[in-house]
Design a protein around this ligand. Structure first.
Ligand code: SF4
Length: 329
């Protein structure tokens, strides 16, 4: 840390922070939470906008300059564009993006664009209304697409669509997604199921689909060409169908892990710094944030860096207990 920038115990520089602004969600995705939902953090325990901005400012001073705002569903957090504008004004923040399920997106598009967000990641696991409803327990596929179309019209580019692929559920839609990218300028990324919270049960029930294997099949079937990614520094591998407007990406944490080059931390909505998605470990900086103590906040980030796992143990049967809805993916 000669120059004060955050490096973890394995020598990996930490460059990006996922900031969860709420654990509330308007969907009930089966691999994320049960129908009745999960116990929610008391609203009084959520960091306020000044607190989140202070934590991000300190993180940026440690070289963590790429910020992705997540949830739960972040659009459920009241006045979210106000917070996004505060983060966008932070001199140390070099990239600001948002992850959403897009169901509420259409009505927020203008305010999000005006707040300074330029990139969107949309979680959308099926092209079929019946399956979308079966997966999320809400009939809202058309709402999500209206949101995506409105965001595209408002100039958000790229729009990345993340689709968790479950064996025996939606793994027969990969071809349809590839076909969609022929005309649509979107980046469709297929994600492997991770055994986090309800995801562990979904895996136990045979939901895991090896996407490294499926990628090879799709490459042959569609003559997909390897291409550079559309910005962002995530772990995805990108391909394009000949002449297509959009891209296909693969995020394969189990069949082809990328922990050795992980540069990511997470901040929960209640002020917990999580060095690794797979680790049920967090360092609370909530008191330091509320006290306005930047040195203590920085110490919290450094402590997390000193405790960050080499990688996940999911391939060896390891699971992560914490619900994905509090981690923001
Ligand atoms: S499991 Fe942990 S170390 Fe591996 S990529 Fe995810 S956050 Fe990084």
């Amino acid at each position: 840390m000669a120059d004060g920038r955050l490096i973890d115990r394995c020598g990996r520089p930490i460059r990006s922070l996922r900031v969860s602004v709420t654990d509330r969600c308007n969907l009930r995705c089966r691999y994320c939470m049960p129908a009745e939902g999960v116990p929610l953090a008391p609203k009084s325990s959520l960091l306020d906008f000044e607190g989140i901005t202070r934590a991000v400012r300190v993180a940026a001073s440690l070289g963590v300059t790429r910020i992705r705002v997540t949830g739960g569903e972040p659009l459920l957090r009241r006045d979210l564009p106000e917070l996004l504008a505060m983060l966008a004004r932070e001199p140390g923040v070099t990239d600001l993006s948002l992850t959403t399920n897009a169901v509420l997106l259409e009505r927020h598009v203008e305010a999000l664009r005006d707040s300074g967000v330029r990139r969107l990641n949309v979680s959308l696991d099926s092209l079929r209304p019946d399956r979308f409803e079966q997966m999320t327990r809400m009939a809202a596929l058309e709402d999500a697409w209206r949101g995506i179309r409105a965001a595209s019209a408002a100039g958000f580019d790229p729009i990345k669509i993340n689709s968790v692929v479950l064996a025996g559920f939606n793994d027969d839609e990969l071809d349809e997604w590839v076909e969609l990218t022929r005309e649509a300028n979107v980046v469709v990324r297929f994600l492997e199921l991770m055994p986090i919270g309800e995801g562990a049960e979904a895996r136990r029930l045979g939901g895991y689909c090896d996407l490294t294997q499926r990628r090879e099949e799709l490459v042959k079937r569609f003559a997909l060409e390897a291409v550079p990614g559309p910005g962002g520094n995530g772990p995805a591998v990108y391909l394009r169908a000949p002449g297509a407007a959009g891209l296909i990406g693969f995020i394969t944490p189990l069949s082809n892990p990328y922990c050795d080059r992980c540069t990511r931390f997470r901040l929960t909505s209640t002020g917990g710094v999580r060095p690794c998605l797979a680790q049920d470990l967090e360092i609370s900086i909530a008191d330091a944030v509320r006290a306005g103590d930047d040195a203590a906040i920085a110490a919290g980030f450094r402590e997390a860096a000193a405790l960050k796992a080499d990688g996940h143990a999911w391939r060896a049967g390891g699971v992560t207990e914490t619900s994905m809805s509090t981690l923001g993916g």
